[in-house]
Structures are given as structure tokens and as C-alpha cells.
Design a protein around this ligand. Structure first.
Ligand SMILES: NC(=O)C1=CN([C@@H]2O[C@H](COP(=O)(O)OP(=O)(O)OC[C@H]3O[C@@H](n4cnc5c(N)ncnc54)[C@H](O)[C@@H]3O)[C@@H](O)[C@H]2O)C=CC1
Ligand SMILES: CC(C)CCC[C@@H](C)[C@H]1CC[C@H]2[C@@H]3[C@H](O)CC4=CC(=O)CC[C@]4(C)[C@H]3CC[C@]12C
Length: 369
């Protein structure tokens, strides 16, 4: 008892802890980080599921706050040993303005960095994205690349631009002196497209398929590979990187790591069918049903409609020029940098990741009926 009381001494803060990834990070920390004394969960919207966590041995503190408000961030960070900054505005559908995306993703990250410096927090893990690399606007493929693969990263869309700028700020902050004189140690994790329990886009595509009579129509050639990674493994990587950053600051400080696991390389649609298929949906066509030029036209039309309707309503379909380019450009990673630097191995096999995701979708399905 005395031993475990002594061992439980660390305070962690997870920003965005009620989001899709954030919730998995929170639950993973509670399961896998025995040195945890207090876990602070900071989010704009707090989830009701937090209540059930408050009965465990770790003190769980829910903080409703906004990363764009420097004073709220500083108050949450004060006294924390480690910050895992997952909060962000994930919008590639034109729901939010470019200014708002920048404010949350860039200014929010600046506020987190400054809060660490001012209050003396030494370890900061940032959830970046594959999108800081690509796909770029020229549609160049990134085929099974790693952290050192040369690639022309060119951003125009507000989301990847904001993630790239925020990642740069986090990496540049590595080594800054925090209050008390110790150096800040930072690193960034770059997930590819995350899937798993709680994935909103998968849910949307599933309901779209149901509306279309249980069918989805192939839009992208099966040969275009899109990188995907299971949310449980992304969460595990966050827990491990946060722990090991404290042990190996010289090696890991200022580094970026792609998030990867054993999920197969497939096209975006074929990959989704691994889960949607067992839920009764069918992907129609071995080749795209519409020619690419027509899809581009439809995507452009959607963008025009979004602009025209904006004063009246928010029209934000899945298909727009940006999402089409994303889905239609090969972007996959093949790396072992996380394994080499901090001993990462996926916690969940592909079979388990798949089963868990299917189980979640089937439960969603039965609760909807
Ligand atoms: N979903 C994906 O496929 C990928 C996501 N990422 C990154 O992972 C992180 C988490 O993404 P998801 O969990 O998918 O998104 P999400 O939208 O489910 O979670 C983001 C969380 O941040 C919170 N948040 C947003 N604005 C905030 C603000 N101003 N102040 C405080 N909290 C705020 C939201 O309330 C939400 O709970 C993001 O930084 C995203 O850029 C990176 C790669 C892929
Ligand atoms: C109807 C179209 C032909 C298919 C649309 C699919 C798109 C909605 C998705 C294709 C690729 C996705 C993105 C990708 O996985 C990388 C991402 C990384 C992030 O950091 C956030 C999410 C996302 C932008 C993801 C969003 C949905 C797609 C664009």
C-alpha cells in the first residue's frame, strides 16, 4: 500500500479529453499509467461518462474550458507534470471558418506551450496529424513513407495548415526553460486516419449507407492506399510517449512520430468495408461508378452550394474538393521509429481492432432501432 501510494505521484492533463481520441487516451492512462495521482481532463464540452471515472483510485478532475483562453489553460496546466494536447478543431468539411480553426489549433497550442513555460510543466505531447505532411495539393503519392521520407508538403486548406503551424510551434518550444529553470521537452505524434469506437465519420458513412438501401457506391479506385490506425493504438502511443519522454528527453525531445499499427493498407472505402460489411452494408462496384472528372464537378458543386447557402444554413457534405483529393491520393506510412525510440508495439492486433470496431458499430445499430 505504502509502495503504491509513493508510486502514484504524477499529475497529467489531457486537453480535448472528451473527444474521440481524447476519451481513449484518458481511459488508457487510467489503465496503463500506474504512477498517476491525478488526471485532469480539459475540454470545451465535458462528457457524462467522466462521472464513472471519479470512483477509481486516481483523482479525476474534469475542467470545462477553452484552449483559446490563455488564463483557463494556465489554470488547468499549473502543477501538472505532463500535458497531452489533443484538443483541436477537426474540420475538413467547411463547418467552421478558417479563422476559428486557426484560433483553436494554433492559438490554442500557443496557449498550452506558454502555460507549460509559465507554470513549470516540463513534458508536452502534441497530437499532430499525417496531414502536416500530406497529401499535398498536387496529389503526390506518399507510399509507405516514414518520418524522413522527402515530400513536398504544401498546404492551402485551413485544417492541415493549422496543424502544421501548431506542430512547428511545439517542436520549436523543445528546450525552452520552464519556470524553475528546467528545459521543456516536447514531441508530436502524427496519426494517419484514426478509426475505432466513437468514430463520427464512420457513423455518418454507415447511416448514409442505410439511407441508400444498405449500399455504398465506390468512388475511389481500390488501388489508392489510405493510411489508417486504430484509436486504441494511437491512445497507447500517447501514454507510452508521455512516459518515455521523461526517461529519454535527449533522444525524444523535438521529435515527430507517425502513429502506426498493423492495420492493412487499403483504399479509404475498402478499409471502411472491413467494419461496414459485417454490419450489412455492401460496396457496389469493383471500379469507381462515376468518372473522376464528374466527382470533381460534384465536389465543386457542393463547395459552391455551401458558399451560396451559408447565410441560410450550414451545408457540409462529406464530398468536397479537399476530401476528394484526400481520399484519392495514396498516403500510407511504414516506419518503426516509435519502436526504436521508445519501445512502442501496438497494444491491439488488427483482428482485435477490427472486432472492437465492429462490436461498437453493431451496438450503435441496435440502439438506433
Ligand atoms: N480523427 C482523426 O482521424 C485524426 C485526428 N487527429 C488529431 O487528433 C486530435 C483529436 O481529434 P479527434 O478526437 O478526432 O477530434 P474530436 O473533435 O473528437 O476531439 C477534439 C476535442 O477537442 C475539443 N475542443 C475543440 N475545441 C476546443 C477548445 N477551443 N477548447 C477546448 N477543447 C476543445 C472538442 O470538444 C473535442 O472533445 C485533434 O488534434 C486532431 O487534429 C490527427 C490525425 C487524425
Ligand atoms: C465521398 C468521398 C469520395 C470520400 C470522402 C472520404 C473523406 C470524408 C475522408 C477521406 C480521408 C479522410 C481524412 C484522412 O483520414 C486524414 C485525416 C486526418 C486528420 O487529422 C483529421 C481527419 C482526416 C482529415 C480525415 C477526414 C475524412 C477524410 C477526408
Amino acid at each position: 500500500m505504502a509502495d503504491s501510494a509513493q508510486a502514484q505521484k504524477l499529475v497529467y492533463l489531457v486537453t480535448g479529453g472528451c473527444g474521440f481520441l481524447g476519451e481513449h487516451v484518458v481511459r488508457m492512462l487510467l489503465q496503463q499509467e500506474p504512477r498517476l495521482r491525478e488526471l485532469r481532463i480539459f475540454d470545451l464540452h465535458l462528457g457524462p461518462w467522466l462521472e464513472e471515472l471519479k470512483t477509481g483510485p486516481v483523482q479525476v478532475t474534469a475542467i470545462q474550458g477553452d484552449v483559446t483562453q490563455a488564463h483557463e489553460v494556465a489554470a488547468a496546466v499549473a502543477g501538472a507534470h505532463v500535458v497531452i494536447h489533443t484538443a483541436g478543431l477537426v474540420d475538413v468539411f467547411g463547418r467552421a471558418s478558417p479563422e476559428t480553426i486557426h484560433e483553436v489549433n494554433v492559438q490554442g497550442t500557443k496557449n498550452v506551450i506558454e502555460a507549460c513555460v509559465q507554470t513549470g510543466t516540463q513534458f508536452l505531447v502534441y497530437t499532430s496529424s499525417m496531414e502536416v505532411v500530406g497529401p499535398n495539393i498536387k496529389g503526390h503519392p506518399f507510399y509507405r513513407g516514414n518520418e524522413d521520407t522527402p515530400y513536398e508538403a504544401v498546404h492551402r486548406h485551413p485544417y492541415p495548415s493549422s496543424k502544421a503551424r501548431a506542430e512547428q510551434l511545439v517542436l520549436e518550444a523543445n528546450g525552452r526553460k520552464v519556470r524553475g529553470g528546467l528545459p521543456l521537452v516536447t514531441c508530436a505524434l502524427r496519426p494517419t486516419g484514426i478509426y475505432g469506437e466513437g468514430h463520427q465519420i464512420m457513423r455518418d458513412i454507415y447511416y448514409q449507407g442505410l439511407r441508400l438501401g444498405g449500399r455504398l457506391f465506390r468512388a475511389i479506385p481500390a488501388s489508392v492506399e489510405h493510411g489508417r490506425v486504430y484509436v486504441g493504438n494511437v491512445a497507447w502511443m500517447h501514454v507510452l510517449v508521455a512516459r518515455e519522454l521523461q526517461q529519454r528527453p535527449a533522444l525524444m525531445g523535438g521529435q515527430v512520430y507517425f502513429c502506426y499499427d498493423k492495420s492493412p493498407y487499403k483504399s479509404y472505402e475498402d478499409f471502411n468495408m472491413e467494419f461496414l460489411g459485417p454490419c450489412g452494408l455492401r460496396l457496389v462496384g469493383t471500379r469507381p461508378l462515376l468518372p473522376y472528372w464528374l466527382l470533381m464537378l460534384l465536389a465543386a458543386l457542393n463547395a459552391l452550394l455551401q458558399w451560396l447557402l451559408r447565410p441560410l444554413l450550414l451545408y457540409a457534405p462529406l464530398l468536397n474538393p479537399y476530401t476528394l483529393a484526400m481520399a484519392n491520393t495514396t498516403f500510407t506510412v511504414s516506419t518503426n521509429k516509435a519502436q526504436r525510440h521508445f519501445g512502442y508495439e501496438p497494444l491491439f492486433s488488427w483482428e482485435e481492432s477490427r472486432t472492437r470496431t465492429i462490436r461498437w458499430m453493431q451496438a450503435m445499430d441496435s440502439s438506433a432501432q
